[in-house]
Design a protein around this ligand. Structure first.
Ligand SMILES: [Mg+2]
Length: 251
């Protein structure tokens, strides 16, 4: 499967379609970005120079994330304590997970954050057994070593190439209906592989500017209701359109 632009405007979902839902974590499932919060607290002002270069595209994230964590001066235990204290999970996410399981939809978390933090934040909410594809870290003599997922990137921009992860996940069933949920810069590439995009924050503005059809959301209750009310009613063979600019279709 090649990267090709844009979610389908018309959704070819039938009763026999399989659906796989990919969701970003930081700022999407969580209320704020765990790595940025950690760096803002523990990396000092030099981090902001790296952040500016990441945002204006003059430094690839695959370089910038390690450079940023070279600046950090905190133990793994302190970092985890900070993350658990300051990062909250969307209160509707647990219901959403249960609903996807009841429906037989596959759900995967794709994150540029750290596996260890995501696992602990979800464990606190008693949310288990969701496949998480994310960066890892290990610490050695106070040095933080960032390790991307063990999958070949399609380009050097992102530390975790979410597009490569999606292609890998759906390689056995390329006809699967792909839903993508996200909020940030590193979500702009993988939405090209999605049939339906839910967007907020930067990603919402990006989709708007690029004329890419998307559905805006605030929380996972919005997403669950949209999928239940709209997608599922289209399974009788009819179809509907997601217009650009995030206007919700009338049901
Ligand atoms: Mg995010």
């Amino acid at each position: 499967m090649q990267l090709s632009r844009s979610p389908s405007v018309r959704l070819p979902l039938t009763r026999s379609s399989r659906m796989t839902i990919f969701s970003d974590f930081d700022g999407t499932i969580s209320n704020r970005d765990s790595l940025k919060s950690l760096l803002n607290r523990f990396a000092g002002s030099s981090w902001h120079w790296i952040e500016r270069r990441l945002l204006n595209g003059t430094m690839p994230e695959s370089d910038g994330l390690q450079k940023a964590f070279d600046l950090i001066d905190v133990s793994e235990d302190e970092a985890l304590e900070f993350v658990l204290e300051h990062i909250q999970v969307d209160p509707w996410f647990k219901d959403f997970v249960g609903w996807t399981r009841n429906k037989g939809y596959d759900l995967r978390i794709l994150s540029g954050g750290f596996n260890q933090f995501i696992y602990r934040l979800l464990k606190r909410e008693r949310i288990f057994d969701i496949p998480i594809i994310a960066n890892d870290f290990r610490t050695q003599d106070s040095q933080w070593l960032v390790k991307p997922p063990n999958i070949a990137r399609l380009c050097p921009n992102c530390n975790h190439c979410k597009s490569a992860s999606i292609l890998n996940e759906i390689s056995d069933s390329p006809e699967v209906f792909v839903v993508y949920i996200g909020d940030g810069h590193t979500d702009a590439c993988p939405i090209q592989l999605a049939d339906l995009v839910f967007a907020k924050g930067y990603l919402e503005a990006y989709c708007f500017e690029q004329n890419i059809p998307f559905v805006p959301f605030q929380n996972f209750k919005d997403i669950q209701e949209f999928l239940r009310n709209t997608i599922e009613t289209s399974r009788d063979g009819s179809s509907f359109e997601i217009p650009p600019h995030g206007k919700m279709p009338k049901i």
